[in-house]
Design a protein around this ligand. Structure first.
Ligand SMILES: [Zn+2]
Length: 406
């Protein structure tokens, strides 16, 4: 595998070189003749076909994978060509940690006895002879969470997801090869979704998430308490582990600090994994709610800069992760995602539009100073967020009233 990694790097660097040479030739030619040369006329091939014909021998890489590396390198070169010529950036040079490119046809997934396996074609005929390997490389896959499992199942069922060109990467820290599997799918758009029916989602401080359709009293709520409970429980355990390590005679003494603090580190991994699973669950439930309500669009607040305050950072990171998962699942369901500017959505009365900071007598409570409308503050915010072009509407309302609610 490391040999193949080296060869991939070599292919990419040679490809760049040939692209560059052709580029120089082509510009000289145009200066002399007033027109750019056609690659087919001069090379007998397209440029990438020509490079392929030059590079196909002397390597052990499966030809599909080799041409995937080559095509992608050409594409990258063409994208940055203008900047390279202007001297704004240098020509790409590919380093030793190159991922091995995989053509979609080089990947076969299998499911046997509750385990996932992948068969990869990595070698060409010469390579198979050289390494004395005559079938593909067969790996058992480590699948950690249910959503990956679902994706793999859908990839195996070829009518659902289609595998695309992917990569094999070597993770030096974990000393593991990782398969970065790419796939695509048709939108399973649910036909009775109405693009103009919008679900507004508020990611609050008290409730992590409240979603509702404008004008609808019904709402979808996640209080997220389970993550907090889990975090507290686990951190209490972490503190006790760290405390233990201060005393001599502890079972973990004498192995150096790294070894001693290992359990504490694993705990933070645990919290992250728990949060990941929880966010998958929340986002799935939310999308199911949107589909049930017939919403073809969801609107969320665009998260603004992440603060340095570590407590906040974790929270915001978690929201960001939740938003990403919602967005992915919405795309899959054919639901449009619109981000709005969050300013004043929590101070605006969703019934009459009056904006004032006094509308929030307490964090969790909303009471309109103009019309007397009372509601849970996060619910009121979600009502606002679910209004089409709400940021523009708020800007207009503020201009008219001339008020500065801040
Ligand atoms: Zn009001």
């Amino acid at each position: 595998m490391w040999d193949l990694q080296k060869q991939t790097r070599e292919i990419k660097n040679k490809t760049v070189q040939l692209c560059w040479e052709w580029n120089n030739f082509s510009s000289d030619y145009s200066k002399a003749n007033g027109v750019y040369p056609k690659d087919k006329d001069i090379l007998d091939y397209t440029l990438s076909g020509y490079i392929n014909s030059r590079l196909k021998t002397g390597f052990d890489l499966n030809s599909g994978n080799l041409s995937t590396s080559l095509m992608q390198t050409c594409k990258t070169f063409n994208k940055s060509k203008k900047e390279i010529i202007k001297g704004e950036r240098s020509i790409n040079s590919y380093k030793a940690d190159q991922p091995i490119d995989l053509h979609d046809k080089s990947i076969k997934l299998e499911y046997k006895n509750n385990e996932f396996y992948v068969r990869l074609s990595l070698l060409n005929k010469a390579g198979m002879k050289k390494y004395n390997i005559n079938s593909g490389f067969y790996f058992k896959m480590i699948v950690k969470d249910n959503s990956t499992k679902t994706i793999l199942e859908r990839c195996i069922d070829i009518d659902e997801y289609k595998i695309r060109a992917s990569k094999l990467l070597y993770d030096k820290k974990k000393r593991l090869w990782k398969l970065n599997l790419c796939y695509d799918f048709e939108n399973h758009s649910v036909s009775n979704l109405d693009v103009d029916k919008i679900l507004g989602i508020d990611v609050g401080i008290h409730c992590p998430m409240v979603a509702s359709v404008a004008g609808d009293y019904d709402r979808f709520t996640i209080n997220g308490g389970e993550i907090e409970t889990f975090r507290k429980r686990i951190e209490a355990r972490k503190r006790s582990v760290l405390k233990q390590t201060k005393f001599c005679g502890d079972g973990r003494m004498g192995h150096g600090r790294k070894k001693r603090t290992e359990p504490a580190l694993k705990i933070s991994d645990k919290i992250a994994r728990f949060r990941d699973t929880a966010n998958h669950k929340y986002s799935r439930a939310l999308i199911e709610y949107a589909v049930r309500k017939g919403c073809g669009t969801i609107q969320m607040e665009r998260l603004t800069g992440i603060t340095a305050d570590s407590n906040h950072f974790l929270k915001q990171w978690s929201y960001y992760d939740l938003q990403t998962k919602i967005e992915n699942k919405a795309n899959e369901a054919g639901i449009k995602v619109v981000y709005i500017e969050p300013e004043f959505t929590s101070q605006r009365c969703s019934k009459c539009g009056y904006i004032h900071k006094d509308n929030r007598p307490a964090q969790a409570k909303f009471r309109c100073q103009n019309c007397g409308f009372e509601a849970n503050a996060d619910y009121n915010a979600s009502q606002n967020i679910g209004i089409k072009n709400i940021d523009k509407i708020i800007a207009k309302e503020l201009k008219i009233s001339g008020a500065n609610p801040k």
